[in-house]
Every structure is written in structure tokens, then in C-alpha cells.
Design a protein around this ligand. Structure first.
Ligand SMILES: [Zn+2]
Length: 284
């Protein structure tokens, strides 16, 4: 029997992602605040549909919006580490990156009483130290890489990538990678951002974007007997009415097509059951 799993994941950045880009004016803060309104809508939808999901929450959000994150935890959703400040790991140096992991875990422990098993890097750019640090701090999985779309795999460490030499692939590690993609993330499609030297256009037609999201599942269903597909949403982005409308459509369509909705932690367990020796992306 086929197993098509879907992980709905929510990166609960609120104001932290604006502050990490040095955008701290009142209007920018209000854009993050909207994540609170949005979270109430999303939690209601998930409760109505009885869906377990995974939330990656920066420590900054946990400590700034305690009742909002308590509601997420109380509803039974998995909570993963998303740094404390939402700064990108590849910009922090090893020590700074480790401080983020530790402080983020402390905030999550205060909320849930236990360490998270999963990590997702802010803005999806791991550093050369990330895999080693995640293993050192007891994480089971990461969700920041893009080497597959439907099948988790073992994260490699210490690749050597140089311009004039072939790749030297590092060894697989015990860290499970739950892969993601910008094409399955609401943020680049929808969030309009005007920064000093850049404009992120966003503001795409919600129905078109969610048609793409649905087709991604249908392709998996046609060509794979087993797979885990991960979608990434941000409450302050997906929570607008026109997008919530489409999120409801996505959930109902995928369920009708046979999707089983699980948390990422459950996804890792399914992966290990299916592939006891692990999946490697070395030696293609
Ligand atoms: Zn984020």
C-alpha cells in the first residue's frame, strides 16, 4: 500500500525576521504582530481538520508572545528550534551559531518542558558547522536542505567544494534531513519586502501558488509509492484571508487524494521504518 505523507510546517517568525534585517519601525513590527491574529486562525483550522503539524519558533517569538506560543504547544503541535534571533547561521561564526542553538533550546524547554528534536535554520542557509553542532546538541533532524523533494536522507558533513576540483563529499551522519524547497514556501511567493537595495515582489495570486503546491503532491502520488512532502508557511504571511482560503483548499484536496498529515518528528520515524539503513545522496 502506498504511503504519501505531508508535513505542514509553520515558521513562527513574527517580528524576529524583521528585526534580524534591522527593520524595526512600528509598521514593520505590526507586520510581525499580524502573526498572532494569523496563528489563531491557523490553530482553529488545524483543530477543525484534526491535523498534527510542526512549528519552528525562534526564541525571540517564544519570549515576546508567550500566550500565542502556549496556544500552539497546548494544541499538541511539535515545536522545533529556529534559532533565538532569526539571524542566518552562515553569518554568525561557530560560536555565535552555537549560542543561538542553546538559547533557542532554553526558550523551548521553558515552553514545553523538553528539548526539541528538530531544527530549521532561519532563512535556510546552514554554515559548515551546522551539522556537527546539531548532532552535538542532540538534534535528530534538520529541515533546511534541498537535496530531494519526497525522500528524507542522511545529512552529509564536511563536503569540500572548490572551484577547480571535483566535489569531495563528506561522510553521511546520523542527522536526518527532512528536505524543503523555496518553491513550497509561502514567503517568497507572497511577502512584499522593500529593503535598502532589494525588493522582494511577492503578492502573487494565491490560487495559482496553491495550484502549484497541490500539483507537487499529485506528482509524488503518480511517481512514488512512498514519500514525505513538506510545505513551509509563515503565520504572518499565510494568515491573510485570501491565502487561508487556499490553505483550506490544499488541506481538503490532499486529504481527498490520500495524504496522511504528520509532524516532522513522526516523519523521521516513518523514514526510519521505511529505510532502516538510511538514504544517502553520496555517490549518485
Ligand atoms: Zn524563519
Amino acid at each position: 500500500m502506498a504511503d504519501w505523507f505531508v508535513c505542514l510546517t509553520f515558521d513562527h517568525d513574527n517580528v524576529s525576521s524583521f528585526i534580524s534585517r534591522e527593520l524595526t519601525t512600528p509598521t514593520m513590527m505590526s507586520r510581525g504582530d499580524f502573526g498572532i491574529v494569523a496563528t489563531q486562525r491557523i490553530l482553529k483550522l488545524l483543530a477543525d481538520e484534526k491535523l498534527p503539524t510542526t512549528w519552528f519558533i525562534p526564541g525571540h517569538t517564544i519570549e515576546s508572545y508567550p500566550s500565542c506560543v502556549q496556544a500552539v504547544h497546548a494544541a499538541g503541535h511539535e515545536i522545533g528550534n529556529h534559532g533565538w534571533t532569526h539571524r542566518v547561521p552562515s553569518t554568525l561564526g561557530r560560536e555565535g551559531e552555537e549560542e543561538e542553538l542553546v538559547r533557542g533550546n532554553e526558550a523551548i524547554r521553558k515552553l514545553t518542558g523538553k528539548n526539541p528534536v528538530g531544527y530549521r535554520s532561519p532563512a535556510w542557509d546552514l554554515s559548515p558547522h551546522s551539522v556537527e553542532l546539531l548532532l552535538k546538541h542532540g538534534f535528530t533532524y534538520d529541515s533546511s536542505m534541498m537535496g530531494h523533494d519526497y525522500v528524507p536522507y542522511q545529512a552529509r558533513d564536511k563536503d569540500v567544494a572548490t572551484l577547480l576540483e571535483p566535489m569531495k563529499f563528506g561522510p553521511d551522519t546520523k542527522l536526518v534531513e527532512m528536505p524543503i524547497s523555496w518553491s513550497l514556501d509561502d514567503h517568497p511567493h507572497f511577502e512584499f519586502m522593500r529593503m535598502q537595495h532589494t525588493i522582494m515582489q511577492g503578492l502573487q495570486n494565491a490560487a495559482n501558488v496553491f495550484d502549484n503546491f497541490i500539483n507537487e503532491f499529485l506528482y509524488m502520488k503518480r511517481h512514488y509509492e512512498w514519500g514525505i512532502l513538506t510545505y513551509t508557511f509563515h503565520p504572518h504571511v499565510v494568515g491573510r484571508g485570501q491565502r487561508m482560503w487556499e490553505l483550506e483548499r490544499l488541506i481538503r484536496t490532499l486529504r481527498d487524494e490520500g495524504a496522511k498529515f504528520i509532524t516532522m518528528e513522526q516523519g523521521v520515524a516513518e523514514y526510519r521504518r521505511k529505510f532502516p539503513a538510511g538514504v544517502t545522496l553520496r555517490g549518485y
